[in-house]
Design a binder for this molecule. Structure first.
Ligand code: SF4
Length: 461
């Protein structure tokens, strides 16, 4: 049954609840009744929801969103139920904004270079996982407005339509009323028109796709299972459905890859006519297939030449190099990833996800059994001021615009240029001051990790 704007009353129930109401043919009698007063709306629908075994948290959340706090309080008082604490938490939460990352750890095949938390897709596992993911979100989410939402993996698009609908019904808990970016990661081989339409319906407005290379032999090497011809087709399909904000991930510095092949990849990307690309030099991580097969990285000089080629070609086509590995047309920078680089807080939900909330950084377990048993957090660490500033520098200097001196002073009441290591790097020309920002000089961006490494372990307090 469709909810309409004129009939806001139905917003107090989830789609699932409404369809239940409809199923048992209660809809018309409720419609008549709820035409009366606000109090009258809360009462019967709430009682009905409780009878169906629904937790009332979602109900309170929806009522607070619609400014019905006094009515809610009156209702609970009359019933002799103490929910004041919960209502206060929800109201306090609604004054803040947070970003959210949700991890879906299933893939239809396993790439040779991958060290992300993931499993082969199995529908029975997906079901168990989604049930647990829902519990984790309900345990920790404090009902802040969500500024950006990112569904990553794994391969979220590996889920079938029914599972995707289930996932989206879980995501309904988030207050997306002011969400500016909702990204969904997809793989070429399993994003279909039906799934893409569903994503659009549920408010996804940015798609990130693992393309990796436009050369079949390298796709094979990476154990990627799509065809080169599919890339163009799928992007075209996504555009037709209305997705204009699309990112493509690309890997370079593959064994035996030539500079010319990297150039061909960038030209092929440009022909797709999409506004964002993330480029990564191949890393051979421990416990990956590449590592097991003793694959060696390419020569550093060639890697650097490839990096320069990519930069030069993309810049020529108006792509702004705004972060070490990211390029976007104006206005298409990833707002979610900027949350990380600006050292702002965010939730991370799901197996192996990481988050930063209320001054604490946490990492979730990668262990399937632990996660399914509700032991979500592996590590929680309260950051000292020194660590917070260290993170601010290491993350912020990944952006080519660097760190605003003014913003830094407002946040930490310190002048960034007073720190001895910053002074030293400025003197050596590795950092520069420009337009009120401190940033890594462009010619040193390629070795930014070495520069950032020098900032670890300094005294910043
Ligand atoms: S699709 Fe992504 S998460 Fe899955 S195996 Fe490949 S790189 Fe890893």
């Amino acid at each position: 049954m469709e909810k309409t704007l004129e009939d806001k009353r139905w917003q107090y129930l989830s789609d699932e609840q409404i369809s239940l109401l409809s199923d048992i043919k209660m809809q018309s009698s409720y419609r008549r009744k709820i035409n009366q007063t606000v109090k009258f709306i809360i009462n019967p629908l709430y009682m009905y929801a409780l009878r169906q075994g629904f937790d009332d948290t979602d109900f309170i959340r929806k009522a607070t969103i619609h400014g019905m706090v006094e009515e809610l309080k009156g209702f609970y008082e009359a019933k002799g139920i103490d929910r004041d604490g919960r209502i206060k938490i929800l109201i306090a939460g609604r004054k803040k904004m947070k970003s959210v990352y949700v991890h879906i750890p299933f893939c239809s095949s396993i790439c040779s270079y991958c060290d992300f938390p993931k499993f082969f897709y199995r529908s029975d596992w997906v079901e168990q996982y989604l049930a647990q993911l829902k519990k984790e979100i309900e345990t920790y989410y404090q009902f802040e407005k969500v500024k950006t939402l990112y569904i990553g993996g794994g391969t979220p698009s590996a889920l079938n339509v029914k599972e995707l609908k289930q996932l989206f019904s879980i995501l309904q808990i988030f207050d997306l009323s002011e969400c500016i970016e909702f990204t969904f990661e997809c793989n070429i081989e399993n994003i279909t028109e039906e799934k893409a339409i569903l994503l659009k319906q549920f408010g996804v407005n940015r798609i990130s796709i693992g393309v990796e290379t436009f050369h079949s032999k390298y796709l094979q090497f990476l154990n990627r299972h799509h065809q080169i011809s599919e890339i163009k087709e799928k992007i075209k399909m996504l555009k037709k459905i209305g997705f204009l904000n699309i990112n493509v991930d690309l890997i370079y510095a593959l064994p035996n890859e030539t500079l010319k092949e990297v150039e061909e990849d960038i030209i092929a990307f440009l022909k797709l006519d999409i506004p964002h690309i993330s480029t990564y030099s191949l890393m051979i991580e421990p416990h990956t297939m590449l590592n097991v097969h003793n694959v060696e990285p390419i020569e550093q000089e060639l890697d650097y030449a490839m990096y320069q080629k990519i930069e030069q070609l993309l810049r020529k086509h108006q792509f702004k190099h705004y972060e070490v590995s990211n390029f976007g047309l104006k206005g298409y920078e990833s707002k979610h990833n900027l949350v990380y680089w600006n050292n702002w807080e965010y939730y991370g939900f799901g197996l192996g996800a990481a988050g930063y909330i209320n001054g604490e950084r946490y990492e979730n377990t990668r262990n399937w059994n632990h996660y399914l048993n509700g032991n979500y957090r592996k590590e929680v660490h309260k950051l000292s001021i020194n660590e917070t500033i260290e993170n601010e520098l290491i993350l912020g200097l990944r952006k080519l615009d660097g760190i605003s001196l003014l913003e830094f002073e407002k946040k930490y009441h310190r002048n960034l240029k007073e720190y001895s290591m910053i002074k030293d790097l400025l003197k050596k020309g590795k950092l520069i001051e420009e337009n009120g920002n401190i940033k890594i000089a462009e010619r040193f961006i390629y070795i930014s990790n070495q520069i950032l490494y020098q900032l670890i372990g300094e005294q910043y307090e």
